[in-house]
Design a binder for this molecule. Sequence first.
Ligand code: ADP
Length: 269
Amino acid sequence: RQVDPAIEAIADRMRLVKHKILVMSGKGGVGKSTVSATLARALAERNPDKQVAVLDVDICGPSQPRMMGAENEQVHQSANGWSPIFIEDNLSLMSIGFLLGGRDDAVIWRGPRKNGMIKQFLKDVDWGELDYLIIDTPPGTSDEHISIVQYLLQASYVDGAILVTTPQEVSLLDVRKEVNFCRKTKVPIMGVVENMSAFVCPCCQTESTIFPATTGGARKMCEEMEMTFLGSIPLDPRVAQAADQGKSFLMEHADSPAATAFLDLAQKV
Ligand code: ADP
């Protein structure tokens, strides 16, 4: 039987990675990248003896370099592959953003080029040994998702997918598409995170609901569809601020309800 050498190369890399977690969302703008970045930071902070990495394959909007404060970094290639950028001693990042000439380059790429890039990413990044690899995927379910999942499943395995939504109906409806995708491709669903579920006033810490969840929100959807509800993360303007500044929200605002929610999430994965 002929084996695709690329799949073998991916298998060699992935043998060193204990947990591979996809982060997905039905829509853009619901906080998928923020959740990927902050979850990775929370895992790294909670487990100083473990190695955590983020792989940003959000081809049309790679935001991890900015969120992780690594926007001006350059990735280097060695005999052993591309070296990821270290954000902390035990937290590294590889993003498609590092490889694009201009910010808007990849938007016009066609499918085969995107797939080639994804394959290269999975086989050529020199992570070394990892405990957690968090994969930030594009919004929706695209050809890129199919490629990532196919390559990973042929070469290795995935622990599962974390689905991110807001409590808003349009976002919840689209999560159902992600659920179908996962079920069809046999990717286990680790659970659903409801992001921006309530607004915490920075002055008085009072919580208000921003997006009306007419059907009971993500928790109810999880009950109906027999999925794990992984928790709610409040909308806190400081989350967006920290992301824009490339800082760790967890370090800057350790005592906030949002930080607690992110740390709780890290404990559940
Ligand atoms: P996606 O990856 O789904 O497109 P992002 O992670 O880029 O979404 O988030 C969209 C916007 O919402 C960003 O400006 C981000 O900083 C902001 N954001 C995400 N989560 C929160 C939150 N819990 N509180 C406040 N702002 C948030």
